[in-house]
Design a binder for this molecule. Structure first.
Ligand code: 1GP
Length: 240
């Protein structure tokens, strides 16, 4: 469990972590070298790869291409079993604990075993909690689940705590890719207070100021995708 151990060690040292999310469905492979060079010279500590709907084999091709240009850990954040590839360093083995669809609590996991059996990929059990963002997200549509309401922070906190008690090693609070508003400091700090495992937060973070709000509230690792997709100058903004 080296990647997970490194995450724990960084957090113990008070370091904050940033993952750049690459969605193979929206990423142009020809752009890999220049995009990854920007990631390498940024404050990013991880590269996450995944999306809600990705063409079969595209994730593998994308990971293979990214690996040519970086030493950063590449972590799969898969929307589906078909996105699992042994080319990556680690896999977030996601249980969608905000939802009540058994397929995303255990069904897909069973289907993934034949792929995981002969691979060295580090598997990190992760509780994935989708929180409403004002619009229907791709995750909601694909998984056919309802997100947790924002105005019931205690439900969100209890869901995260239950995930931890089930033995999940990471808790990921998700506002949805491209969310209009990122999760509030109240929600993040409320969850963080109850957790011993690292807290990941993502969705709708588009400025350095917002990133700092989310870190200060208690996120250990923040995931940003859309802001980099829309404007690569965002790498410079984070450096300043
Ligand atoms: C989505 O949490 C990630 O799954 C990142 O969201 O694309 O809004 O940065 P954004």
């Amino acid at each position: 469990m080296t990647i997970y151990k490194d995450i724990l060690q960084s957090i113990n040292k008070g370091r904050k972590l940033l993952a750049v999310l690459i969605d193979p469905d929206k990423f142009s492979l020809e752009n890999t070298s220049s995009f990854i060079q920007k990631v390498n010279t940024s404050v990013a500590t991880h590269i996450f790869v995944g999306g809600s709907t990705v063409e079969v084999l595209m994730t593998e091709k994308t990971v293979q291409e990214i690996k040519k240009y970086t030493k950063l850990p590449i972590v799969l954040f898969p929307g589906d079993v078909t996105q699992i590839t042994k080319e990556a360093n680690a896999l977030l083995f996601l249980s969608l604990i905000s939802g009540r669809n058994p397929e995303y609590l255990i069904g897909k996991h069973v289907l993934s075993i034949s792929k995981l059996k002969n691979s060295n990929i580090e598997v990190i059990p992760t509780g994935y909690i989708l929180i409403e963002s004002g619009k229907t997200t791709a995750v909601q549509r694909v998984t056919n689940t309802r997100p947790l309401p924002r105005h019931l922070p205690q439900d969100i906190i209890d869901t995260a705590s239950a995930g931890q008690l089930l033995g999940l090693k990471l808790i990921y609070l998700e506002a949805g890719s491209g969310a209009k508003e990122h999760l509030t400091a109240e929600i993040i700090s409320g969850v963080k207070k109850e957790l011993d495992v690292p807290l990941i937060v993502g969705g709708g973070i588009k400025s350095k100021k917002q990133l700092n709000v989310v870190f200060d509230a208690g996120a250990d690792l923040v995931v940003i995708g859309t802001a980099f997709e829309e404007d690569e100058l965002f790498f410079n903004e984070l450096r300043q």
